[in-house]
Design a protein around this ligand. Structure first.
Ligand code: UD1
Length: 329
């Protein structure tokens, strides 16, 4: 496809950096706006001819001006708060960053020459599944405020599109995990909350113990089932989604998952095998807002984008993550 100018918020973050890497590999010109509140300088690339990094809040006047002065053809929006558990204690952080700041970006985009937006949504928009695997037609009833913030933006995107202001793809990630298989991304998360980073931090001694949230769910071993999807697979889906909205001129809501559920205990056991040592853990109560099981139907992604997960076996996900955490020692 033609080489394009791409604006990326949160491009120094975990998923954003994987997507930026793929965009650069395809020869696009990229500007990343990231305030490094959770992103990492380690995820900032040095290819100066096609990559510009600006440390700034994307929603500030300066951030928005810098982004749209670049005249992007497409904007990818990753910068957001994502700890679903924290969103239940501090909804105000999530309304500010995930809703208000994102609306500022959408407003600015709708008034610019750029009419194409790729949004990082989440499986959290669905809430407790009425059936599994989850497809895109499933009702949206988020169980946590984080999921609501994503749903709220999706609703706004529908309106802005209907009113002729933009095209968009909203990508509903299941549990993003793993690191670039060619080892080109090394930044680890600052305030890890997700299962795999927490397991890794426990393995390298950065935290003393892993808490397993809930053992009385109606699942095979009592712990929650999730659909872990490799970030390289996610990155590929972003590029395909961009091509789709540009070529077809249509909006897209799509699940990105591997259609397999793994329990917290299965992840822990395989991580212990890969790492080659026991990881201290204890069983504690449920975390508020956690549905028992979540996994995706990826049929639509396959049908519409020709996408399917290629690197998302639990083993590949854990091995690639361990490489990065081990190297950080
Ligand atoms: C949530 C969102 C998901 C989002 C992700 C981003 C929901 C339902 N899902 O994923 O859409 O993309 O956040 O961060 O809101 N666990 C432990 N101990 C820990 C950490 C996690 O037992 O220290 C368990 C959790 O209870 C859960 C599983 O591991 O059952 C995965 O948790 P996590 O990695 O935090 O992701 P989700 O909450 O599933």
């Amino acid at each position: 496809m033609n080489k394009m100018k791409i604006g990326v918020t949160g491009g120094a973050g975990y998923i954003g950096s994987h997507v930026v890497l793929s965009l650069l590999e395809q020869g696009h010109q990229v500007i990343v706006i990231d305030d490094l509140s959770s992103g990492s300088m380690k995820n900032v690339f040095s290819d100066e001819s096609s990559y510009t990094f600006i440390q700034e809040d994307f929603s500030s006047e300066k951030g928005l001006k810098t982004l749209f002065d670049f005249l992007p053809d497409v904007v990818f929006h990753f910068a957001a708060q994502k700890a679903a558990g924290v969103s239940m204690q501090h909804p105000e952080h999530f309304s500010k960053h995930n809703i208000r700041s994102t609306l500022k970006l959408i407003e600015a985009l709708s008034q610019s020459e750029c009419g194409n937006f790729i949004f990082s949504s989440s499986a959290a928009v669905y809430g407790k599944p009425e059936y599994l695997p989850l497809d895109e037609e499933h009702p949206l009833r988020p169980l946590n405020y984080y999921g609501f913030t994503k749903q709220c933006i999706e609703e706004n995107l529908k309106w802005f599109s209907r009113l002729g202001k933009m095209r968009f793809a909203s990508l509903r990630y299941f549990n993003a995990a793993g690191y670039n298989i060619n080892n080109q991304i090394q930044g680890i998360e600052k305030d890890a909350n997700n299962l795999l980073p927490v397991i890794m931090e426990t393995a390298i001694g950065k935290r003393p113990i892993l808490d397993i949230f809930g053992t009385d769910y109606d699942t095979k071993d009592g712990t929650c089932l999730r659909d872990y999807i490799h970030t390289d697979d996610l990155a590929k889906a972003h590029l395909l989604s961009m091509e789709y909205i540009l070529k077809e001129g249509k909006d897209l809501f799509v699940n990105l998952g591997g259609a397999k559920g793994a329990s917290v205990l299965e992840v822990l056991q395989l991580a212990e095998e890969v790492i080659g040592k026991k990881i201290p853990h204890r069983f504690v109560g449920r975390r508020e807002g956690d549905p028992p099981a979540l996994f995706a139907s990826s049929e639509k992604a396959y049908k519409i984008l020709g996408w399917k997960a290629e690197h998302s076996s639990l083993k590949e996900v854990i091995e690639s993550t361990w490489k990065v955490y081990f190297a950080s020692l």
